[in-house]
Design a protein around this ligand. Sequence first.
Ligand code: AHR
Length: 501
Amino acid sequence: MMNQVAILDILPDHVDGVRDFMIFGHFLEHFHRQVYGGVYDPGSRLSDENGFRRDVIEALRKIKTPVIRWPGGCFVSAYPWKKGVGNRLPYYDKAWRVEEPNTFGTDEFVGFCREVGAEPFICTNAGTGSPEDMSDWVEYCNLEIGEWAARRSANGHDKPFGVRYWSIGNENYGGWEMGAKTADEWARLVLESAKMMKRVDHTIELAIASIPDLDWNAKALREAGDLLDWISIHGYWSRASNEGVFEKGYDNLIARAFEPEKRIVTVKHILGSLGYLDKLRIAFDEWNLRGWCHPNFMSFGAADHALMDANDINSNYNMADAVFTACFLNSCLRHCDVVGMANFSPVVNTVGAIFTHAEGIVLRPAYHVFDLFANHTYEEILHSALASPSFEVESDDGTSTSVRHLDAIATRDSATGRVGITLVNLHGADAIACRIRGLDASKFIQATMRTVNGAAVDAYNDVDQPDAVSISERRLTVDDPGDFTIKCPAHSVTVLNLNAG
Ligand code: AHR
């Protein structure tokens, strides 16, 4: 059905802001098959001499992965990083209650990032760890002198790693986290840790674990705000059941597509109210439509571990994931003044965009959205006004949510004048036409439309059907670039490029 029309008015002389490419980042945790059997698999014929999966590296290079956050997540809140360099022994991981092989540590993580071409972003242990542990980690990575630099050198890395991005803690506000803190304890720890880390290397950029909550942030920012650069928030908007069943129902999932934006706006207001709006930026450093499947988190046993395998069932990830991912990235672009980094969680396996198996990888629907956005949108965010019809989604509890049928952002490459317009059709059944007005009609000679889609809302990729959801590409003739109409199929993500002549 095609009777819906949206209008996108672009004001090309007004640039709302410049996006930071770091919003296309990813996250890697020692959980289930993310590290071992995921990015790191020394026994595999698909791995390089360092044990890194070559096919994963190639896929991450293709989407220009700018930054990877590691090692957790909940895992980091008891991670003894010093035992993960030099001589290694396996140890018991208290977060996920498994034996940690401990063969992938700081050296391996930085090496993996270098292969991908991504910046390493190290999240420190603010659960059981101390400010001294955190600052020793900075010494190990970034200094030329002192005991920890000497140890790095002895481990075969003479030159400092130069890790620029660091975070104090992971979700330390939450009772589930080992070494959780009160707001007062947190403020004190942040101040002392930031002080010591920046004394070791004042050029690092520092984030702190946060939530969109004024009370949690007020104390920490008033104590230590001047030493910080980022405020880190997380979000997952769908949970697997305790039986390991992932939520289905496209409409209900998609009704949450703009929930992340509400979090961004709340944090922006908090930063404003505390006087840090132009100083700190948001690192949305764990996000995904789907929460990871780890039922009974506080008490899980062997049966619950087995349920974690549900994360790796590829049919769980479909067009809802692609559309949600595109809306999330559009929200980051819309708020590029305050969102400077985001990390899709996680980078491989679990609910990530890439699935690894013994013979290769599967690119899940969200991967193709990263491909479109990273390769075909540009850094300038042009001012635009979108008029879109909306549709109602009824929830099981009887409430109703009004959902925008189309979401769109116009971007431009300042060097070439090329334009990239993202067009996300959230509707599960109806196509929509988008009338685009305002571009300089004399400038553009060629248009290309690239669309991520599958045959139905529940289309997914798997080993035996790797391209059920893929990118199709079409050249268009646009007679009047100042006023033209594009058709967006149901449940699709498009980037329309217009090349300047
Ligand atoms: O479900 C994954 C966990 O979610 C991560 O370890 C943690 O950071 C978040 O709560």
